[in-house]
Ligand binder design. Structure first.
Ligand SMILES: [Zn+2]
Ligand SMILES: [Zn+2]
Length: 307
């Protein structure tokens, strides 16, 4: 099953030519999950041929314009397509008022259900396939990171081992595959681990922006396959970053290293840096965490199954 992350934008504060506002899309088994929606996010969706209709859930980090002003336009796309499933939108408490007032003032015609879920942190989605946690961050407004984690899959079933143990093919195989022990006609009890390999780890994606550096972020994103984290400034602007409650790229790298993530993608760059100057952000991060990627608009990360 594919798990991909598309970088829809990488800019912080304002969109620039070739650098839309920070936003990302996770695609899993055809289902789309959008993280933040600044102005212009629709254009990136179009460029990457990602279909709005497939978005089941939107996660909003916080109520700053560079993260939410694309939302009304995105919701209005509904008049163009038929949609039966509701759209879930998670975010800080003010999100509800923001969406409702936009709908009212703009007389938005929306022909499907929008379910707004205010978050305060912790587990927000738990289904048989995956979980999503909201991670409280520290910014100038209430702000949340999001961690999407697939649940572990059962281990692989080995028919050869079942045959070697003279377990007759049929319902008994099924019960073992479901993790149950079975008793054979000859009285032997067979446990699932005799015919099934170890459980296979699910994949994890984390989206963290905007925040000042906090030690506990690493605990929340531990062992992520991909962490997209703001790295807004270079080292020399550490005190500015602190004051504005943002991070320098080497702090994002510190989180990545402490959390033992597989790969770090930097996002939410300050518009003060021209494209070629962003390399400095990356190089400073790589001194701490070598597997750091300077995200660019339109990039796609494929997160393969581990086994
Ligand atoms: Zn921002
Ligand atoms: Zn902000």
């Amino acid at each position: 099953m594919n798990l991909e992350v598309f970088v829809l934008g990488t800019s912080g504060m304002m969109p620039l030519p070739g650098r839309f506002l920070t936003s990302a899309m996770l695609r899993r088994d055809g289902e789309l999950f959008l993280f933040d929606c600044g102005e212009g996010t629709q254009v990136s969706l179009k460029q990457l041929n990602l279909h709005w209709k497939k978005i089941s859930t939107i996660f909003i980090s916080h109520m700053h314009a560079d993260h939410v002003t694309g939302l009304p336009g995105l919701l209005m796309l509904s008049s163009q397509v038929e949609r039966d499933e509701p759209l879930y939108i998670y975010g800080p408490p003010k999100l509800q008022e923001y969406i409702e007032s936009n709908r009212r003032i703009l007389d938005m015609y929306i022909n499907y259900e929008i379910i707004i879920k205010p978050v305060t942190g912790g587990l927000i989605i738990d289904n048989p396939q995956y979980t999503v946690h909201a991670v409280p961050l520290l910014h100038t407004k209430p702000c949340f990171g999001y961690v999407f984690a697939e649940k572990d899959r059962p281990g692989e079933f080995f028919p050869d081992r079942a045959r070697a143990l003279d377990i007759p093919m049929g319902p008994l195989w099924g019960r073992l595959q479901q993790g149950n022990s079975v008793t054979l006609d000859d009285g032997r009890v067979i446990s699932p681990d005799q015919v099934i390999g170890p459980r296979r780890a699910g994949r994890k994606f984390a989206f963290v922006t905007d925040s000042m550096y906090l030690d506990y972020i690493a605990d929340s994103v531990r062992d992520a396959d991909l962490l997209l984290c703001e790295g807004m400034f270079t080292n020399d602007l550490l005190s500015d970053a602190r004051e504005k409650r943002h991070m320098i790229s080497s702090q994002a790298a510190l989180i990545a290293r402490n959390a033992n993530v597989r790969k770090l993608g930097l996002i939410h760059y300050s518009p003060r840096y021209a494209d070629r100057e962003l390399r400095q952000l990356r190089d400073e991060a790589r001194e701490i965490f070598p597997d750091t990627v300077l995200c660019r608009d339109g990039m796609c990360f494929d997160i393969p199954l581990k086994d």
